[in-house]
Design a protein around this ligand. Structure first.
Ligand SMILES: Cc1ncc(C[n+]2csc(CCOP(=O)(O)OP(=O)(O)O)c2C)c(N)n1
Length: 203
């Protein structure tokens, strides 16, 4: 299992490459949630049979799922950081807010119907967790007892908008509901800006 240091070093290396203008596409770096993510991968024993779905900020999830470091780095260098996909490792990501929630429910449904091993995990942010598609997917997964889990990394922000102010509530909608049983939730502060390095990079 990778360590917090491994994940930090990877993001720092990508940041240094991005700063040189060598990646001609957006990158979304994350720092501050390494231990939570490692704990979740360990606690839920996420392995080769499991499917991971994530979004623009998926470097850590790809590494933890077992995609070789150099393969993740090459894909990022190739401009694919925002939607990293490694089908052979069962990890699929998208840069579109609110996408993939239904896919997770569908994959979990297929796994259950076909009596296959494995579960579907979605990793998303707090604003993504307020979307209607997230609610529908969680509702479906809970009601049909599907092997689906929804991991919410709450940094309090949607780009630069405060999620709690946007929705007029200090708690995520699912707190205290029956749907919580399929939601894995933690809070963190991202040490990087939402996207890029917070300064203009000239190519
Ligand atoms: C459909 C769509 N609308 C807007 C965006 C722009 N966008 C990218 S990330 C993001 C914020 C999402 O916030 P959250 O889910 O909390 O993610 P995090 O802060 O953890 O990156 C937005 C609005 C997008 N990618 N897709």
């Amino acid at each position: 299992m990778l360590t917090k240091n491994d994940l930090e070093n990877f993001e720092n290396e990508i940041a240094a490459i991005f700063a040189k203008g060598l990646i001609k596409a957006p990158v979304h770096l994350r720092a501050g949630r390494e231990e939570e993510l490692i704990r979740i991968f360990r606690e839920y024993d996420i392995g080769p049979d499991d499917y991971i779905f994530a979004f623009w900020d998926s470097h850590e999830m790809c590494l933890l799922k077992g995609v070789p470091r150099e393969m993740v780095k090459d894909a990022i260098m190739d401009g694919r950081s925002i939607a990293l996909c490694f089908p052979e490792h069962k990890i699929y990501c998208s840069g579109i807010v609110g996408s993939l929630m239904g896919t997770v429910a569908g994959v979990a449904w297929a796994l259950k119907r076909q009596n296959k091993k494995g579960r579907a995990f979605l990793f998303c942010g707090d604003m993504s967790a307020e979307t209607g598609s997230f609610f529908e997917a969680v509702k479906y997964a809970v009601n049909f007892d599907l092997p689906a889990y929804f991991v919410v990394s709450d940094n309090g922000l949607s780009v630069m908008t405060k999620t709690r102010e946007a929705w007029g509530s200090n708690t995520p909608w699912f707190k205290g509901t029956a749907f919580e049983k399929r939601i894995i939730y933690f809070q963190y502060t991202n040490a990087w800006p939402h996207s890029g390095l917070g300064k203009l990079i000239k190519f």
